[in-house]
Design a protein around this ligand. Sequence first.
Ligand code: FNR
Length: 403
Amino acid sequence: MPDTDTAAGAAARAQEQRPLKLSEPLKVGPYTLRHRVVMAPLTRSRAGQPGNVPAPLNACYYAQRASAALIITEATQVSLQGQGYAWTPGIHSREQVEGWRRVADAVHEASGLMFMQLWHVGRISHPSLQPDQMPPVAPSPVKPNAETFIENERGEGELAPCVTPRALQLEEMPYLVRQYWRGARNAMKAGMDGIEVHAANGYLLDQFISSGTNRRTDEYGGAPAQRARLLFEVLDSVCEACGPQKVGVRLSPLSTFNDMHDDDPEATFAYIAGKLNDYGLAYLHIVNPATASVERGVPPEERAQRMIDLIRRTYRGVLMIAGGFNGQSAEHWLEAGTADLIAFGRPFIANPDLPARLFAQAPLNTPDPATFYGGGERGYTDYPSLAQERGEAPKAVIDDRWR
Ligand code: FNR
């Protein structure tokens, strides 16, 4: 009779010896990713001033994280109007393209791969960040119960409530689409390997997608196909700029972040996921509607689970999921076939060598939320790698190259 303890032990050992699914390569568009651990897009509000231009310190930060299967840059505004927080980088000026080129070069030198997340914040902004101090724009004049992060008179960061936005006029829509096209083209000029369209987390494209923020009666409002029209026009234009295989898109179904709501998210996101099949994109990236439960180590609540299943069933391409993962839950989701790639946000802030730590099942550094937005090297480029912690590598030195 088998001894159950021994059998369980043997199973656990076999499990341990089996290569992790997380460490398996995957073809994504024209690239072969070395493994499945992606760096999620992370706003850090540390772009060089004036002009929101990526600085050498930003290049250092990204190069430190080049062992990610893919780095998705922090959200990067496609225009002045697209900015919603202090000190976030843009991709609309010549200086910004040059700044990003230094970042892309540093990441490539360290054998990394990098997509730029293209961003327009819509109503999640503040007149102090807008051209001529104008109100931010949105599909409809619906004031968000949300805050943004602005620079005060003393040059410090400060939270400020969002205001009632101005509804975009129909005549402005082609201009908006053009901003994304220019962003994609500039990203490629800067040497990015692709782009990700940010259609998540309550920013402009999500504001059009969701019925709670889109009260329009023209062809950009109404049924899911109309609310998603701007997203698909943007996708058409960025695909023209850099080819669909180098384009990803991020969505956040069921999220209430930034005061979002949709009357029938299942219908909305089934429509979008289905239509995305026509594009042959690099990937679809979903912000896990079950983030909180995954983080707590409990199964996702039923609606979140059904939403993920719906998207997995409907979308036939590479599916990336982000939100609340550790090594174990990521492996479980890949094993179960729920996702093809897992993106890590906060763990990547605190662990520049996150893939190596996950593969070795080594302990992780804890991120410090006080240094997430704004500031300098502290909480940005000074988290140690495993080798540095063990004294096997010199401490990160930010030399003149990165200043
Ligand atoms: C974020 N997130 C985010 N999402 C996005 O699409 N673009 C962005 O620029 C940012 N910026 C950002 C900054 C910071 C400091 C945090 C903590 C989060 C969301 C992020 O990509 C991810 O979805 C969440 O952090 C959840 O994943 P983790 O952190 O649980 O792995």
